[in-house]
Design a protein around this ligand. Structure first.
Ligand SMILES: NC(=O)c1ccc[n+]([C@@H]2O[C@H](COP(=O)([O-])OP(=O)(O)OC[C@H]3O[C@@H](n4cnc5c(N)ncnc54)[C@H](O)[C@@H]3O)[C@@H](O)[C@H]2O)c1
Length: 330
């Protein structure tokens, strides 16, 4: 499939488009000739950052707005060919403290997008960014899409609900929705302000500042880390592939890495940072899923995509990015 032909002059809406995943997609789509419109609430604790779109800012329209604002959403979806629906409350521990807030953004907000499409733009393609947290305690690895879904956090419950909404609008109304369960994304353009999500990015910051990097337990838990360009490419390729419509896909690297090995790779790459092992805090233990590795065979078969960037190279690229652009993220 020729991406340039498919995306040239397409009208694209990216909700949450100033954040990690949305802005990476935006950068790529501008280069493919699309007309990109970003709607982002710029809520301070999340990853919104104007510098994320600095290279393409003259070719993007940005509106500070909220997916919870139903009237605005009803207008903004109109005339858009593809909607990358990435706005989200991203912090899963926060979802336990503020479940109604999580509900409002991660469920009600997404329902607003879908209802707006049903009423005013039923030909749109809508992509939803769910999470591996939807699975809960892992029963087997690698985890395929048929694995039971028993989320441990409110975030996971609401992400699962968001996915079901998108699926229902495909089933009932034929809306072209595509749903992802993303593993652990990392890379350039992520927030570097706190440890609540994008842990690789946070640890790169700690290493760059030669600080202590805290590892819970022995760090032997397995995780699936996926570089941001691989995530963005999967979204971009699936949005124009009818094999993907109405489907739920795992989106990960398909490779399990022990947490402690990830940390060691960061310390080796940056050449600084001190690893300290501490016991698991109770609130984290309650939401710990156990080892997680995505089975990505479904998406690989459906859209002819596969991850390209190995963890070591991804960490290197991420470190390089923040070395050059530190002042925009610290
Ligand atoms: N980063 C992860 O670990 C991860 C993993 C799986 C899924 N996801 C999902 O992917 C999506 C994008 O996350 P990201 O990694 O780019 O995080 P991010 O924090 O970099 O981006 C999220 C963006 O959404 C915006 N936003 C939040 N609430 C909004 C609202 N009500 N209306 C409009 N904009 C709003 C924020 O301002 C931010 O720019 C989220 O839905 C997230 O839940 C993220």
């Amino acid at each position: 499939m020729n991406l340039l032909n498919e995306y040239k002059d397409k009208s694209i809406l990216i909700t949450g488009g100033l954040g990690l995943i949305g802005s990476t997609i935006a950068n790529k789509l501008v280069k493919l000739g699309s007309k990109v419109y970003i709607l982002d609430a710029k809520i301070p604790i999340y990853g919104a950052n104007f510098f994320n779109i600095n290279d393409v800012k003259d070719n993007i329209e940005v509106e500070i707005g909220d997916i919870r604002d139903r009237d605005r959403i009803n207008q903004i979806v109109q005339g858009k060919d593809i909607i990358f629906n990435l706005a989200g409350q991203v912090d899963y521990t926060y979802s336990l403290d503020e479940p109604h807030y999580d509900l409002d953004i991660n469920c009600r907000g997404h329902l607003n997008i879908l209802e707006a499409c049903r009423r005013y733009n039923k030909d749109a393609t809508v992509l939803f960014s769910g999470s591996r947290m939807q699975y809960g305690k892992v029963e087997y690895n690698p985890v395929d899409e048929k694995h039971p879904t028993n989320p441990l956090s409110i975030y996971g419950v609401h992400k699962l609900t968001g996915e079901k909404y998108h699926l229902a609008y495909n089933n009932h109304y034929g809306l072209k929705t595509i749903m992802f369960r993303i593993a652990n994304p990392y890379g350039p353009r992520s927030q570097m302000k706190h440890y609540k999500y994008s842990i690789i990015n946070w640890f790169i910051r700690l290493a760059m500042e030669n600080k202590k990097i805290t590892v819970y337990g022995d760090g032997s838990q397995m995780r699936d880390y996926i570089y941001i360009d691989d995530v963005a490419d999967a979204f971009i390729q699936s949005a124009i592939n009818k094999n993907a419509f109405g489907e739920v896909f795992n989106l990960g690297s398909g490779i399990g890495t022990r947490f402690i090995d990830m940390v060691n790779t960061i310390v080796d790459t940056v050449g600084k940072g001190e690893i300290v092992n501490v016991p698991w805090p109770k609130e984290w233990k309650n939401v710990e899923t156990g080892d997680y590795i995505s089975d990505i065979s479904k998406i690989k078969n459906a859209i002819d995509w596969e991850p390209k960037i190995l963890l070591k190279d991804g960490i290197n690229k991420t470190y390089d990015y923040y070395k050059s652009n530190k002042s925009f993220y610290w």
